[in-house]
Write a protein that binds this ligand. Sequence first.
Ligand SMILES: *Cc1c(COP(=O)(O)O)cnc(C)c1O
Length: 395
Amino acid sequence: MRATGIFGQGHDGGRRFRPDTARGVNPLKVPLLDLKAQWAAIEGEVREAVDRVWQSQRFVMGPEVSGFEEEMAAYCECPRAVGVSSGTDALLCSLMALGVGPGDEVITTPFTFFATAGSLRRLGAKPVFVDIDPQTFNIDPHKIEEAITRRTKAIVPVHLFGQCADMDAILEIAARHKLPVVEDAAQAVGATCKGRKAGSMGAVGCFSFFPSKNLGGAGDGGLCTTTDEELADRMITLRDHGQQPQYVHAVVGGNFRLDAIQAAVLRVKLRHLDRWHQARRENAAAHSHRLAGTPVVTPVVAEGNVSIFNQYVIRAPRRDALREHLTRAEIGTAIYYPIPLHLQQCFADLGYREGHLPEAEKAASQVLALPVFPELTAEQIEYVGETIRNFYTAG
Ligand SMILES: *Cc1c(COP(=O)(O)O)cnc(C)c1O
């Protein structure tokens, strides 16, 4: 830490970004995510929508959920959408509908949120991890084919941080081997790949409405999209204990139902979503502009992709020290993800060792997510950039 104070000095000698130390307040304090400004902007609409649910006293499924499903199908440009209880359950329900089970292998990325691999493991299937493309952090399609065996049952790419995986290449390989593709689009609602919406390209798209996603509910929620009518019907049966009709069970399902209150809140937020995506993209561009010329590697959006920037993730030399520096300056950050899934203890029996998937391991040691939520101010973005610049110029 430098003697000049915990907030470091900018080119202006530190005047501009000095917190009001006399009162112990930093007016520029930047949380990683602040949903309060969003709430202030939509409070009236949300209260009205939730009130509709109270009036109806229909709390599980019902017209709010089917209305939301129709609106999401339209938004995702996909004929069918099935609301479920979380992003994790969207993965679970769709993998069950595709018949994934014990003895099957499923190809996926090691650099993702745990649920991607956890859900297929819960079904008795074996995750087969394929290394990532260092530019986009998404699964490297060039390494998929060599991982395919007789037992391969599906491919699960993840559209990480809001950007689609290389779907042309993935779909081509999948078609050649007659394998279904399950898009983990939990971080990518509304993202596009050559004009096609995330979740509309594979056999199924899985979405999460966890509050930190771009479309976040008032709790947990999820959704599956599909172009396959039969698969949609199977998922509808599976999300309600497999009953079809009521109390008749040809298959065993679960309780993967979506709450009406979640659907009502999400319907309101969906109307604002594209505007929020745009604000995130602008914030991302402003960060990248501010960080140009520093040792930091800013996010790369592949040609043909439009990212929704669920996260703005840099690669940073001396990442952990930079993170501490930012924490002291009251700038929120996060590491997504510190341990790649192939090195998690619960997957030790799969036999992966350090060094097996070097790009994922390298990413895990270098990545840092910066605040990118829509309501960030220009001053806050400037403050983040200057604080990072100060860290590297101070050595
Ligand atoms: C958030 C997330 C999930 C799980 O979603 P939940 O709604 O939290 O269960 C799955 N995969 C990825 C990539 C995610 O980011």
